[in-house]
Design a protein around this ligand. Sequence first.
Ligand SMILES: [Zn+2]
Length: 141
Amino acid sequence: MLLASFGRMALTEKQTQELHKAIEQRRATLLAELREDAERVRNGRFRDLAGSAPDPGDESVATLIGDLAHADMGRDLDELRGLEAARTRLADGSYGVCIACGGDIGVERLRANPSAVRCIDCQTMYEKTHLSPSSTPGSSL
Ligand SMILES: [Zn+2]
């Protein structure tokens, strides 16, 4: 109980480091893929502006996301956004804590999905309520 006011860190330091590494690696892989896609988008969209293409090494992630938001890469972008959010939560100590119930997400689940923000119970509930609205209990129309 003494630790409650210190913020809930559900994971050990070692697990946190392991997951941090997994997030960084996955993020780097995704960024590389998205940059390639962005190049293709730019080459198509800005074909007439040859010579003024931005330096790909000089762009921020935000710029990259902005560029790609217009392309058909929503799923990768969602994952990237999830990983960005996971990095933020790692930094502020809320990583590994379910955003819905405040419980532990669990290290195995985080290993499988490092950007998970809900424990398996809450995720199951979330998917039920969001993917099949007709079966939402207690909804008043
Ligand atoms: Zn939960």
